[in-house]
Design a protein. Structure first.
Length: 213
C-alpha cells in the first residue's frame, strides 16, 4: 500500500529511481491507504482501508465518491442480472409522464408517487389508477368522494372519464369465452357480500346471467 504525488523530483539516480518505484507502488495499489492521499487528482482511485470502501475523486476534485465495499462480491452492488437486496430500494417519486419505476423502452408507463403515502400507475404518460393515503383504490379519478355521513370511505372508487357519459363508472364482469360458448341463463359473474370468515348470505348475493336467444 502506498500513495504518491506522481511528481518525479530531480535528484541523484538513486533518488529518482526510488521516487519512480514509489509512484509505481501507488499505481499498482490504486493509492490504497488508511488516510486519503495528500495530493489528489480528479478521477483518482482510493481504496480506503480504514472504512473498507472503494472511492473515486469527483470531476471537480473536491470530494470522494464511494463506489462500493471492498470486501463484498461485486463491491456490494446489485448486478445487471439481478439478485437479492438486504436493504431498502428507494427510487425517485417520479410523475405520470416519467414514473419512478418505469418499463424499459416505455418510460412513460410504470409506478410513481403523486404525494405522501400514495402510489399511482400511469400508462402512456397519464395516470390510470392510484391508491390514496386512505388506502382507497381510485380508478379514473385522483380523488374520492367524501363519506357522505357514513363512518367509512368506499375502498374502491371508479369514475368515467368520457364527457356526457351515462355512467360515472363501469365495472365489467366477464368470462373468458366467446358468447357462443355460454349457454343462455348461465352464470357469468357473481358479487357476494360476506363476513371476514367468508360466510355469505343468500340475500346479499347478486348473480349475473347471460340471457341470449
Amino acid at each position: 500500500m502506498a500513495v504518491h504525488d506522481y511528481v518525479i523530483s530531480n535528484g541523484t539516480g538513486a533518488a529518482v529511481r526510488s521516487d519512480l518505484n514509489g509512484a509505481l507502488a501507488a499505481i499498482v495499489s490504486n493509492n490504497s491507504s488508511a488516510t486519503e492521499p495528500a495530493t489528489m487528482y480528479a478521477y483518482q482511485w482510493w481504496p480506503d482501508t480504514t472504512t473498507g470502501l472503494l472511492k473515486i475523486r469527483n470531476a471537480a476534485n473536491s470530494a470522494w465518491v464511494t463506489i462500493g465495499t471492498l470486501a463484498s462480491t461485486n463491491l456490494g452492488l446489485l448486478p445487471v442480472a439481478g439478485g437479492t437486496m438486504n436493504g431498502v430500494l428507494a427510487v425517485t417519486a417520479g410523475t405520470a409522464a416519467l414514473p419512478g419505476i418505469a418499463v424499459s423502452g416505455d418510460l412513460n408507463t410504470g409506478i410513481y408517487s403523486p404525494g405522501a403515502d400514495q402510489l399511482a400507475i400511469s400508462t402512456n404518460g397519464s395516470e390510470v389508477a392510484r391508491i390514496d393515503s386512505s388506502g382507497r383504490l381510485l380508478v379514473g379519478t385522483s380523488s374520492g368522494p367524501s363519506t357522505g355521513g357514513l363512518s367509512q370511505y368506499a375502498k374502491i372508487v371508479t369514475h368515467g372519464n368520457t364527457s356526457g357519459s351515462v355512467f360515472s363508472g363501469i365495472i365489467n364482469i366477464g368470462r373468458g369465452e366467446p358468447a357462443t360458448s355460454i349457454a343462455s341463463n348461465e352464470e357469468i359473474g357473481t358479487i357476494t357480500f360476506s363476513d371476514n370468515a367468508g360466510n355469505d348470505e343468500d340475500y346479499l348475493r347478486r348473480t349475473f346471467r347471460d340471457w341470449h336467444y
